[in-house]
Design a binder for this molecule. Structure first.
Ligand SMILES: Cc1ncc(COP(=O)(O)O)c(C=O)c1O
Length: 405
C-alpha cells in the first residue's frame, strides 16, 4: 500500500517556519540564541484591536460567518482599498481567508490547470512555488540580481512568458529582499502583462512597511485594464502585528473570487469570527500604529545594514520595505575557513552550510538564501530589538573573522 499521497513529492515543509521552530526549541532549552529567522513583527498587537476581539466574544460573535468573511469586515476592506490605493471593489469581489497564505493558496487552486505556468521572480517567498506545484502548475523561476536590486525587468518578464503562462507574481516590498517596485517600474511591467493578457498575483502583504517616503503602488492601481487582470492579496499579519490572528484578504475579478469562495467553503469555511472582528478594528481604526511600526523598522534597517556593511566579504542591499535584508556572502564563500568547512561536509548548498554553522557554533538563526532561490545569500529578519540586532550581527562578524584566520 502506498500510504503517502504523491502530491507530497513536489513540496517541502516551509524552511522559514522550520528554522524559527528550531531556534525557539533551542531557546526553550536555555540556549542564548539570536533568531533572525522569524517572518513576523515583534510588536504587540495594538490595544484597540485586542479590545475589539474581546468585545466580539462578549457580544456572542462566536458562530460561523459567511465563507468569504463578515459583511462588516469586507466593507472595511473595501474602505481600505479606496483609502490607501484608490481602488474600487464591490463586496462580492472581496474574500477573507485564514491568513494571506490561505488566500494565495486558494487563488492558485482556483486558477491553475495542470501545466499552467506561473512566473516567479527570484529571490521569492518560499511558498509561491510550492503552492503552484500543489495546484499542479509549473513554477517558472526568473532569477534577478543584487545589481538590479532584485527586481525583474520588462525584458526578463517578456522572455519568461510562453503561451502556457497564466500568472505572474509580483511581491513588493519583497520577502526576502525588501526590494520594492516604483510606479514607473510597474508601468513598464504592466505593458508586458497587457500585451500577453496574463494574470498578476500582486502580493501586497508588506505594503505599509516602506521606508524613506517610498510611495507604494501595485499593478491594479495603474489602469482599469490592469485591474481586471490583477488579483491583490494582502492581510493584517504584518501591518498590524497580527500574525497569530490569521486574517488575510484578497480582491479581484468576480469569477476568481467566486471560485475561491467555493474552494474555501469545502476546506476551512470562514476564518475565525473573533479574528475577523479584530481585523475590522485594525482596518477602520486609527492608522497611527502602522506608521509607528514602519518607523521603528526603518531605524532597525539602518542599524543592521550599517553593521553588516562593516563585515568583510559581505555585501548588503538597502531594502525599501518589509523587515528583511538579504546580504550576499560571495566574499565569505571564498575564505579558506569556509572552503575547509565545505570540504569536510556533504552539504552542497553553501548558504545552508553557512547557516548550519552559524546556528550550531555561534547561536544565530538565519534562513539560507537557497530557500528563496539564491544560494549566494542569507535572509535576516530584523524584527527584533536593537540590542539583539547588534548582538546577532557581531556573532556573524565573529564567524566570518574565524573563517578568514
Ligand atoms: C510575501 C508574503 N506573502 C504572504 C505571507 C502570508 O502571511 P499571512 O499568512 O500571515 O497573512 C507572508 C508571510 O510570511 C509573506 O512573507
Amino acid at each position: 500500500m502506498e500510504w503517502n499521497a504523491r502530491r507530497l513529492d513536489v513540496i517541502e515543509p516551509s524552511p522559514t517556519l522550520a528554522i524559527s521552530a528550531k531556534a525557539a526549541e533551542l531557546k526553550k532549552k536555555g540556549e542564548d540564541i539570536v533568531s533572525f529567522g522569524a517572518g513576523e513583527p515583534d510588536f504587540e498587537t495594538p490595544a484597540h484591536i485586542k479590545e475589539a476581539a474581546k468585545k466580539a466574544i462578549d457580544k456572542g460573535q462566536t458562530r460561523y460567518t459567511a465563507v468569504s468573511g463578515t459583511v462588516e469586515l469586507r466593507d472595511a476592506i473595501i474602505t481600505k482599498f479606496k483609502r490607501d490605493n484608490g481602488l474600487e471593489y464591490s463586496r462580492n469581489q472581496i474574500i477573507v481567508g485564514t491568513g494571506g497564505k490561505q488566500v494565495i493558496y486558494n487563488f492558485f487552486l482556483a486558477t491553475l490547470n495542470p501545466g499552467d505556468e506561473v512566473v516567479i521572480p527570484a529571490p521569492y517567498w518560499v511558498s509561491y512555488a510550492d503552492i503552484v506545484r500543489l495546484a499542479e502548475g509549473k513554477a517558472v523561476i526568473v532569477p534577478t540580481s543584487k545589481a538590479d536590486n532584485f527586481r525583474i525587468s520588462p525584458a526578463q518578464l517578456e522572455k519568461a512568458i510562453t503561451p502556457k503562462t497564466k500568472v505572474v507574481v509580483i511581491n513588493s516590498p519583497s520577502n526576502p529582499t525588501g526590494s520594492a517596485y516604483s510606479r514607473k517600474e510597474l508601468e513598464a511591467l504592466g505593458e508586458v502583462v497587457l500585451k500577453h493578457k496574463v494574470m498578476v498575483l500582486s502580493d501586497d502583504i508588506y505594503e505599509s512597511i516602506v521606508f524613506d517616503g517610498f510611495q507604494f503602488s501595485n499593478l491594479a492601481m495603474l489602469s482599469p485594464e490592469l485591474k481586471e487582470l490583477t488579483f491583490v492579496a494582502n492581510g493584517v499579519s504584518k501591518a498590524y502585528s497580527m500574525t497569530g490572528w490569521r486574517i488575510g484578504y484578497g480582491a479581484g475579478p468576480l469569477h476568481i473570487i467566486q471560485n475561491m469562495d467555493t474552494i474555501q467553503s469545502q476546506s476551512t469555511s470562514n476564518p475565525s469570527s473573533i479574528s475577523q472582528a479584530a481585523a475590522e478594528a485594525a482596518l477602520t481604526g486609527d492608522q497611527a500604529c502602522v506608521a509607528e511600526m514602519a518607523k521603528a523598522f526603518q531605524k532597525r534597517r539602518d542599524l543592521i545594514v550599517g553593521l553588516l556593511n562593516e563585515i568583510p566579504g559581505v555585501e548588503v542591499n538597502v531594502p525599501q520595505g518589509a523587515f528583511y535584508v538579504f546580504p550576499y556572502l560571495t566574499g565569505v564563500y571564498e575564505t579558506d575557513g569556509f572552503k575547509k568547512l565545505q570540504a569536510a561536509s556533504s552539504e552542497t548548498s553553501k548558504s545552508k552550510l553557512f547557516c548550519a554553522q552559524l546556528l550550531d557554533k555561534y547561536k544565530v538563526a538565519a534562513v539560507p538564501g537557497i530557500a528563496f532561490g539564491d544560494d549566494n545569500a542569507l535572509r535576516l529578519s530584523y524584527a527584533m530589538g536593537e540590542d539583539d540586532i547588534k548582538k546577532g550581527v557581531s556573532r556573524i562578524s565573529e564567524m566570518v573573522r574565524d573563517f578568514s584566520r
